[in-house]
Design a protein around this ligand. Structure first.
Ligand code: HEM
Length: 474
C-alpha cells in the first residue's frame, strides 16, 4: 500500500513538473515572438539538425549560416533543451563579450557547472571573477612562463624525435605533449610514470563528461566523469598536504597559489580555500588542454595544405637557427621574436575557429539590434560567422597569415575571445605552439595519409580523423 502511494506521489510530481516546464516553455516561446526563427518540435526543438551538423566539415556553421540566410543576423531556436538566441557580428560580440553594464553572464551546461565546481573561474562573476583572474594571471605571465621554457623545449624535441618512420595521429601525439606540459606547469608531475598516467586517465573521463547529460547514474559518462573528478581531487589533496607540511616544494602553479593565496583557518577572506584551488586547477586543465591540442593540430594540417605558407614559415625558423652556434638549442629570446609564426597561429585560430561560439545568459533585460532580450535567456555568439565575414577577411576560406599584417578592427578576431573573459592562457598556448613548430619545420617534412575534413562533434573543434601523417627528416 505504502509503495503504491509512493509511486502515485512520484507520478503526480513528474506530471506537475512537466506541466510547469511546458508552461515555462510556452511563456518564453511567446516572449520570443518578435525574434525570427523556428523553435522546431516541442521539447526536442531543432536539436537533431544541430547535433547532426555539428560534425560536418563546416560544423555548427552550416546550421547557423542557413538560418542566418533565412532570418537575418539574430534568430531564435530551441536546442538541447534550451531556448536560444543566436547572434553574430562585431557589435553583438562587443556587447556580449564585454558584458556591457553587466547585461550577460557565462552560460555553462548543467554538467559543466558540476564538473568544474561552484568556485571555478568560469562560474564567478563581478569582483570575485576579477580577483581570481588577478591570482591566476601571475603564474601564467610571460615572466613566469620563462621557468618552464627549458622543459617544454626538451619535451618538444623528444616528442618529435619519435615521429619519423611510423603512422602518427597528430591529434593524439600533440594531446600527450600539451598534457605533459600543463601537468608539469601546474603541479610538477613527471612527464612519464604512474602518477602521470592516472592523472591523465582521470582527466580524459572528466573532459568527456563535460557536455553529457547531468544524470549521476552508474554507466553514464557524467557518473564516470564525476568519479574521476573525486579521484583527481584526492590526488590534489595529498599533494597540497605534502606541500603544506614542507615535505615537498616545487616551483609551479600550485606552489605559487599555495604560497600567496591559500587560506588557512582564521585568515583573511581575500585568500583561496582548498576548494577554490582545486576547482581552478581543474578549470585551467579543461580550458587549456583541448584548445591548445586542437590549435597545434590544425596548424600542422593547414601548413601541409598550404606549401607557400610552410615555406615562408620555414624561412623564419631556419633564419633563427642559422644565427645560432652549432649544437645549441632554441633560446627564450628567439621564441619571443617570431612575427610570422604569430600570424600563422592567428590565421589558424581564425580559419579553424576552435571554440565556434561563446555562450552567455542575459543577466537582465536589454535590447540588441532592435530585439528585446529578456533576463535568463541563453545567447550564443556565433564566432565562426565573424571569422568568415568576407568584409573583414576577404576570401575567408583561404589560409592567409598575411591578413594579420595590419591591425584588425576590435572584436573582429576572437581566437582568444575578448573583454574581461579573454583567454588568460594566451601566452602559454602561443609559447607551446611556437616551440613545437620551430623544431617541426626545421627538422622534418610530413605528408597526410587521409584526406578528410570532418570535425569531431565536441565542444572544441578538432579533425575527426586525428590527422594521420608520415614524417621524414629534412
Ligand atoms: C590555442 C589555445 C587556446 C584557445 C584557442 C583559447 C580560447 C579561449 C577563448 C575563445 C576564451 C573565451 C571564451 C568565452 O568568452 O566564452 C577562453 C577563455 C579561457 N581560457 Fe583559453 N584558449 C586557449 C588556451 C588556454 C590555456 C593554455 C589556458 C590555461 C592554461 C586557458 C584558460 C582559459 C580560461 C581559464 C578561460 C576563461 C576565462 C574567464 O572566464 O575569465 N586557455 N579561451
Amino acid at each position: 500500500m505504502e509503495v503504491t502511494s509512493f509511486l502515485q506521489m512520484g507520478v503526480l510530481f513528474l506530471l506537475i513538473l512537466s506541466v510547469l516546464l511546458l508552461l515555462k516553455s510556452w511563456i518564453t516561446s511567446r516572449a520570443m515572438g518578435n525574434i525570427p526563427g523556428n523553435m522546431g518540435w516541442p521539447i526536442i526543438g531543432e536539436s537533431f539538425s544541430f547535433v547532426s551538423e555539428f560534425s560536418s566539415p563546416s560544423g555548427v556553421y552550416s546550421f547557423i549560416s542557413r538560418r542566418q540566410q533565412r532570418y537575418g543576423k539574430v534568430f531564435k531556436s530551441s536546442i538541447l533543451g534550451r531556448f536560444t538566441i543566436f547572434m553574430t557580428g562585431r557589435d553583438a560580440s562587443k556587447i556580449l563579450l564585454t558584458g556591457k553594464d553587466g547585461v550577460v553572464t557565462l552560460n555553462l551546461s548543467a554538467a559543466g557547472q558540476q564538473v568544474l565546481g561552484s568556485t571555478s573561474l568560469l562560474q564567478t562573476v563581478g569582483e570575485p571573477h576579477k580577483r581570481l583572474r588577478r591570482l591566476i594571471a601571475e603564474p601564467l605571465s610571460i615572466d613566469a612562463l620563462k621557468n618552464y621554457f627549458p622543459f617544454m623545449n626538451t619535451l618538444a624535441v623528444e616528442t618529435l624525435g619519435q615521429w619519423p618512420e611510423r603512422r602518427i595521429n597528430v591529434l593524439e601525439e600533440v594531446s600527450t605533449f600539451t598534457f605533459k606540459v600543463i601537468s608539469c606547469m601546474i603541479m610538477s608531475l613527471e612527464p612519464a610514470g604512474e602518477e602521470q598516467e592516472k592523472f591523465r586517465s582521470n582527466f580524459k573521463l572528466i573532459s568527456s563528461s563535460f557536455s553529457s547529460l547531468p544524470f549521476k547514474i552508474p554507466g553514464t559518462a557524467f557518473y564516470s566523469g564525476m568519479k574521476a573528478r573525486d579521484r583527481m581531487y584526492s590526488m590534489l589533496d595529498s599533494i597540497i598536504s605534502r606541500r603544506r607540511k614542507g615535505s615537498e616544494f616545487q616551483l609551479d602553479f600550485l606552489q605559487s597559489l599555495l604560497n600567496k593565496h591559500s587560506k588557512k583557518a582564521g585568515e583573511d577572506e581575500e585568500k583561496l580555500t582548498d576548494e577554490q584551488l582545486k576547482d581552478n586547477i581543474l578549470t585551467l586543465l579543461i580550458a587549456g588542454h583541448d584548445t591548445t591540442t586542437a590549435a597545434l593540430t590544425w596548424l600542422i594540417k593547414f601548413l601541409e595544405e598550404n606549401p607557400t605558407v610552410l615555406e615562408r614559415l620555414r624561412e623564419e625558423h631556419q633564419g633563427i637557427q642559422d644565427t645560432r652556434k652549432s649544437g645549441s638549442t632554441l633560446t627564450w629570446s628567439e621564441v619571443n621574436n617570431m612575427p610570422y609564426t604569430n600570424k600563422v597561429i592567428s590565421e589558424t585560430l581564425r580559419k579553424a575557429t576552435i571554440l565556434p561560439w561563446s555562450s552567455r545568459k542575459a543577466a537582465e533585460d536589454f535590447i540588441i539590434d532592435g530585439f528585446q532580450i529578456r533576463k535568463g535567456w541563453s545567447i550564443i555568439l556565433d564566432v565562426v560567422s565573424i571569422h568568415h565575414d568576407p568584409n573583414i577577411f576577404p576570401d575567408p576560406e583561404k589560409f592567409d597569415p598575411s591578413r594579420f599584417d595590419a591591425p584588425l578592427k576590435p572584436f573582429s578576431f576572437l581566437g582568444f575571445g575578448g573583454g574581461p573573459r579573454m583567454c588568460p592562457g594566451i601566452n602559454l598556448a602561443k609559447l607551446e605552439i611556437s616551440i613545437f613548430v620551430h623544431h617541426l619545420v626545421c627538422k622534418y617534412k610530413w605528408r597526410s595519409l587521409e584526406k578528410d575534413d570532418a570535425v569531431q562533434p565536441t565542444l572544441v573543434r578538432m579533425p575527426k580523423n586525428k590527422y594521420p601523417i608520415t614524417v621524414e627528416q629534412l
